[in-house]
Design a binder for this molecule. Sequence first.
Ligand SMILES: Nc1ncnc2c1ncn2[C@@H]1O[C@H](COP(=O)(O)OP(=O)(O)OP(=O)(O)O)[C@@H](O)[C@H]1O
Ligand SMILES: [Mg+2]
Length: 231
Amino acid sequence: MEAKLAERGLDLDRPLPDTPEPIPALEAAQARIPVDYRAAVPEHPDVTAWVRTIADNAVAPNTEGLNPHYGSTGRRRIAHGPSLLLWGATGTGKTHQAYGAIRALTAAGCGVQWHAATAADLYADMRPRTGVDPEHMLRQIVRVPLLLLDDLGAAKPSEWTEEITFRLINWRCQNRLPTIFTSNMPPVRTSETPARQPVLRDKVGDRVLSRLSGMCTAVEFTGPDRRFQRR
Ligand SMILES: Nc1ncnc2c1ncn2[C@@H]1O[C@H](COP(=O)(O)OP(=O)(O)OP(=O)(O)O)[C@@H](O)[C@H]1O
Ligand SMILES: [Mg+2]
């Protein structure tokens, strides 16, 4: 028996590794995450609560509506759910928390098909030019099960970017697809908002803001710019 095991490279006396097995899905996700955010974990209570909701909503493929006694047929996939709007001053950790949420969902065993882009990069990638079909790209992006749209409202707006933003958010709102938005601006002006502080409503318009309010939990990030504290 021992000889047979040795033939296959198995050694019963070898101690078991004390580090946990790597999670393949997380390993694959790591490669697509910017280096700065590869160790991010959700820490903000509203972000951890959202991760839990999305993970609880995740469904096993082909079992939706079927008799649950037959159990699951595979890894759970992200389904419908609420979205997040992380807003606050620069460097307060919004993008960090957004990637932390994506990593946590991957580690929780959810099959996470996700895409992340800043709004400015998204518009730039979609600009109509030879070999690029913006309609095809938009159709793909709106359907991604989990989308991180970073820095909403930061790009210079044009009629075209406004239309893309509206169609993207409208589709994801109507289909309740989980989306994490980040923005440097407060969503709306309140009595405490300084007069010169731009707000998201002015940048994206009433119709987009209405949809964002309906689909998102807005989470404010405060504190100093962490980039100044790093070295
Ligand atoms: N909880 C955290 N733990 C460790 N590092 C963090 C944490 N939050 C943020 N950081 C680090 O601080 C820096 C700024 O964070 P981040 O990029 O998330 O800010 P931001 O709010 O998205 O800023 P901006 O509005 O300019 O995009 C990054 O280098 C990030 O890795
Ligand atoms: Mg950011």
